[in-house]
Write a protein that binds this ligand. Structure first.
Ligand code: AMP
Length: 280
C-alpha cells in the first residue's frame, strides 16, 4: 500500500494512474477506522482499479475544541486495517501540508440553506470546514467515484452541492449506515461513551425505527414530542429530531406522500454528540 504525505506526490501518482486508464475510487475519512469506514473502502475496491483513502483530522470542521482534542488518532492501526483490505493508496498529510503556517482562516463557501439548518445550526462553521477540506481533496484527486456515508446525511448533501458547483464528473455514492448489534450507528466517537452511556445509545435508532413504523398513522408533531420526552427522560439531550425532505433537507411539520422523506436526529449522551437518520 502506498502512503502519501504530500499533495505533490499524491497528484503525481493519480496523474500517472489516470494516464494509463485506471479508475480511481476515493474515500475521505478522519481515521479511527471502524467497519462503517471499511464498508466504504470495500465498495470502492469492488468498483475501481485504485482505491484511495484519506486520513486527516480537519481542525476547521470542529466547532468544539474539546471534540478535536479528544478525537482518536490511531494511525498505525488504521494503516494496518487498510492494508489488510487491499487498499492501494492512502493520503495522510501533516497539518502544515493542508494549512501552511497553521493558517486556519478559510474562504467562505456558498452552501445555501445547508449551512444554516439542522447540523449547521448546532455546529456553526462545521460545513464551511468540511467544504474547505473536501474542495481541496476533490480538486487534488478528481476521483471517478466518491464514497461517503449516509450516517452524515447533511454532509452528503453538502458534498453533492459542491460537486455540482465544481461542475465535477465525479460520481457520488452514498453508502448505507453500518450499525452495532443494538442499532447504534458506528462512529469513531462511540468509543468515548462510558459503559452506562453505551447501554443507552441504541435508543436513538430504536426511536427512528418506531417513527418509521408510525409514519402516516399520527401527526409527526405528536410523535416528535413523545420521542424527545422519552429520550430526555433517559438522560439524552436532544438537539433536534426532525422530519425532512430526503432530497432538499427542508423540514416538514407532517408526513407527505408525494416527497421522499427522512427522519434525522442529533443528541448528546454525556460528552458525546451522536447523530443518526433513517429514510422513510
Ligand atoms: P469520518 O471519519 O467520521 O469523517 O467518516 C468518514 C466517512 O465514513 C464519512 O463519509 C462517513 O459518513 C462514513 N461513515 C461514518 N460512520 C459510518 C457508518 N456507521 N456506516 C457507514 N459509513 C460511515
Amino acid at each position: 500500500m502506498l502512503v502519501f504525505k504530500t499533495q505533490k506526490t499524491l497528484k503525481d501518482f493519480i496523474n500517472k494512474a489516470k494516464s494509463t486508464g485506471k479508475q480511481i475510487g476515493f474515500v475521505p475519512t478522519m481515521g479511527a477506522l471502524h467497519n462503517g469506514h471499511l464498508s466504504l473502502i470495500k465498495a470502492s475496491l469492488e468498483a475501481n482499479d485504485i482505491s484511495l483513502c484519506s486520513i486527516f483530522v480537519n481542525p476547521t470542521q470542529f466547532n468544539d475544541s474539546n471534540d478535536l482534542k479528544n478525537y482518536p488518532q490511531p494511525l498505525e492501526k488504521d494503516l494496518a486495517l487498510l492494508e489488510s483490505l487491499g487498499c492501494q493508496a492512502v493520503f495522510t498529510p501533516d497539518m502544515d501540508e493542508i494549512y501552511p503556517k497553521e493558517d486556519l482562516v478559510i474562504p467562505n463557501y456558498d452552501l445555501g440553506i445547508l449551512d444554516t439548518i439542522l447540523e449547521a445550526a448546532h455546529r456553526p462553521g462545521h460545513f464551511q470546514g468540511v467544504a474547505h477540506i473536501m474542495t481541496l481533496l476533490l480538486n487534488l484527486v478528481e476521483p471517478h467515484h466518491l464514497y461517503m456515508g449516509q450516517k452524515d446525511f447533511q454532509q452528503c448533501m453538502v458534498i453533492k452541492h459542491l460537486l455540482k458547483q465544481m461542475d465535477s464528473d465525479t460520481h457520488f455514492n452514498m453508502m448505507p449506515i453500518l450499525r452495532e448489534d443494538d442499532g447504534l450507528a458506528m462512529s469513531s466517537r462511540n468509543q468515548r461513551l462510558n459503559e452506562f452511556e453505551r447501554a443507552k445509545a441504541g435508543l436513538l435508532y430504536q426511536v427512528l425505527v418506531s417513527i418509521k413504523a408510525k409514519q402516516g398513522m399520527q401527526d409527526f408533531s405528536i410523535i416528535q414530542k413523545e420521542n424527545i420526552e422519552l429520550l430526555e427522560h433517559k438522560g439524552l439531550k436532544v438537539d433536534y429530531l426532525s422530519l425532512v425532505d430526503a432530497e432538499t433537507l427542508e423540514t416538514y411539520d407532517n408526513f407527505k406522500e408525494d416527497r421522499p422523506l427522512a427522519v434525522v436526529i442529533a443528541a448528546h449522551l454525556g460528552n458525546v454528540r451522536l447523530i443518526d437518520n433513517i429514510l422513510l
